[in-house]
Ligand binder design. Structure first.
Ligand code: TMP
Length: 212
């Protein structure tokens, strides 16, 4: 049996990740491809507990940048070992709502965390594991944040200042440009067009996978 593929969806708050995931799901369904869903941080019972810690606004103390980064990677380690790798080995595809690129953008770009140290932590956690394809939904942070605010309660990270999100956005764009496995989708277009672009990219990837 061939191993499955890992498709990741990335983007800032309000970029439309949830509806993009629904498009990926229906495309895989059309091709009869079995898949499981993951989200980061989270995706296993222990990783979900870490997610709550990361998102909570109720801490009695400030989370340090280092704690935030390590919680993201601790969660990713649990998810990789207990869910992603077993699913791929069983021939299933995995649709990931965020992965390592989020840490690069938020902790690297947003918090200014040192890249060389992040590379080491990422290597320890992932041991070279990478998504097969990443769809990055690119949205102006002003638009994305206003959509997220309209949705309701903001979590600890969503309460950051606009300058933080501008740094995150710049880092996402910089990294997407450097890596040909990352496909940038213009999420400011009409929703139908965004969904068509996503479907087209996923179909192209399925076809390419079938040919190799
Ligand atoms: P979301 O998945 O509901 O968008 O929430 C996850 C939040 O955590 C979001 O603000 C992005 C942030 N995040 C990081 O800062 N670093 C990471 O590595 C990941 C996976 C998420």
């Amino acid at each position: 049996m061939s191993t499955g593929k890992f498709i990741v969806i990335e983007g800032m708050e309000g970029a439309g990740k949830s509806s993009a995931i629904a498009v990926i799901e229906s495309t895989l369904n059309k091709y009869g491809i079995e898949y499981v869903n993951t989200r980061e941080p989270g995706g296993t019972p222990l990783a979900e507990a870490l997610r709550n810690m990361v998102k909570s606004v109720d801490h009695q103390e400030k989370l340090t940048v280092e704690t935030e980064l390590l919680l993201m990677y601790a969660s990713r380690s649990q998810l990789l070992a207990n869910k992603i790798l077993p699913a791929l080995a069983a021939g299933k595809w995995v649709i990931g709502d965020r992965h390592d690129l989020s840490s690069r953008a938020y902790q690297g770009g947003g918090r200014g965390f040192d890249e060389a140290i992040m590379n080491t932590i990422s290597d320890i956690t992932l041991k070279g594991f990478r998504p097969d394809i990443t769809l990055y939904l690119d949205i102006d942070p002003h638009i994305g944040l206003s959509r997220a605010k309209a949705r309701g309660d903001l979590d600890r990270i969503e309460l950051e200042q606009m300058e933080f999100f501008i740094r995150v956005h710049n880092k996402y764009r910089e990294l997407a440009k450097q890596d040909e496995s990352i496909i940038t989708v213009d999420a400011s277009q009409a929703m139908l067009k965004v969904h068509q672009d996503i479907e087209k990219s996923v179909i192209a990837f399925i076809v390419k996978t079938a040919l190799v």
